[in-house]
Design a protein. Structure first.
Length: 153
């Protein structure tokens, strides 16, 4: 009887998505589960006064195989090559997109429910080639879940 009570009242979960406990947000952190590039939807914004920068980045991202759903200007200003914003559902995709921007910044937002958004900045020169991005990705030491999240691998 004691065993049945312990099992029926167990709140630890089974390791599936949503089994983090508390207010932690589950995110996928297994690099093997990065979506194919064509499945990663991106919005590109120009965070500078340089005309046509969003369109340049858009074209280069599409040449690499990404799906760009929108490009436009924004009032937000970015000093780095880019700021890549993404939420829990695009965690791996967001990290992967960031690897295409030399010295880019990541901006994880727990409540983000839009496509991965790249705001290109003053430091933008070009979107890295796929081989360069993969080299950057492979040199990452580890994937640590952001504060307020937990890995569901």
């Amino acid at each position: 009887m004691a065993t049945w009570i312990a099992i029926s009242k167990d709140t630890q979960g089974d390791g599936a998505s949503g089994a983090c406990g508390g207010d932690l947000i589950p995110i996928e952190t297994d690099p093997e589960k990065i979506p194919p590039l064509e499945d990663i939807e991106i919005v590109v914004l120009n965070g500078t006064d340089r005309d046509g920068l969003a369109e340049t980045a858009r074209n280069q991202l599409e040449e690499r195989g990404f799906t760009v759903v929108e490009s436009d200007d924004t009032e937000a200003r970015v000093d780095k090559s880019a700021e890549v914003t993404y939420g829990p559902d695009q965690y791996l995709a967001g990290l992967h997109v960031k690897s295409y921007f030399y010295r880019g910044a990541e901006n994880f937002q727990a409540d983000w429910d839009k496509p991965v958004t790249v705001t290109v900045g003053e430091g933008f020169d070009q979107v890295l080639r796929t081989d360069e991005a993969l080299r950057t990705w492979s040199h990452a030491s580890s994937i640590d879940p952001p504060k307020g999240t937990c890995s569901v691998d």
